[in-house]
Write a protein that binds this ligand. Structure first.
Ligand SMILES: [Zn+2]
Length: 136
C-alpha cells in the first residue's frame, strides 16, 4: 500500500478515486493537516495558501517565473517517508538538494526537507557510492 501511495501524482489522482479517498482520509488523520483541512471547511478564506479540491488538501504555490499558481499535494506525515523513498530511488539516488527539489515540485509536507536529509544520510546506496565530481 505504501508503495502505491508513494507514487501518487496529480495525473494519477485524477483517475483513481480510491487514491483520492485514501489521501483525503489521511489528511483528516494528520495532526497538522487536519487542522488546516477543518479550518478551510469552516472558512474557505482562512488559509490563503491552501485549497481543498475533490476532498484533497493542496498547498497553493505561486510560480513567479510563469506568473501562475501550482497546486502541490499536501502529503500527510504517514505517507511522506514512502514518497521520499520512492522518489529518491526512482530518480537514481540524486543529491539531497535535488531530491528536495523534486519532492517540492509535486508535494508539500512541512517536515520534508529535514526528512529527506535524514533519509539520504542513511541511504546505503548513497553512502557507498563514490561521487568524485559532485560537491553536494
Ligand atoms: Zn540514495
Amino acid at each position: 500500500m505504501c508503495q502505491k501511495l508513494a507514487v501518487l501524482g496529480k495525473d494519477i489522482l485524477k483517475n483513481q478515486p480510491i487514491a483520492l479517498d485514501l489521501l483525503s482520509k489521511a489528511h483528516k488523520e494528520d495532526a497538522y493537516l487536519s487542522v488546516i483541512y477543518q479550518s478551510l471547511k469552516d472558512n474557505p478564506h482562512k488559509f490563503s495558501k491552501f485549497a481543498i479540491k475533490d476532498s484533497v488538501l493542496y498547498k497553493i504555490f505561486y510560480v513567479k517565473h510563469f506568473q501562475t499558481e501550482n497546486l502541490l499535494i499536501c502529503l500527510p506525515d504517514i505517507m511522506t517517508p514512502a514518497a521520499v523513498h520512492t522518489l529518491h530511488v526512482n530518480l537514481g539516488h540524486p543529491s539531497i538538494s535535488a531530491t528536495i527539489k523534486s519532492f517540492q515540485a509535486n508535494y508539500y509536507n512541512r517536515r520534508a526537507a529535514q526528512l529527506i536529509r535524514l533519509y539520504i544520510q542513511s541511504c546505503h546506496t548513497c553512502t557507498f557510492a563514490t561521487k568524485p565530481d559532485t560537491k553536494n
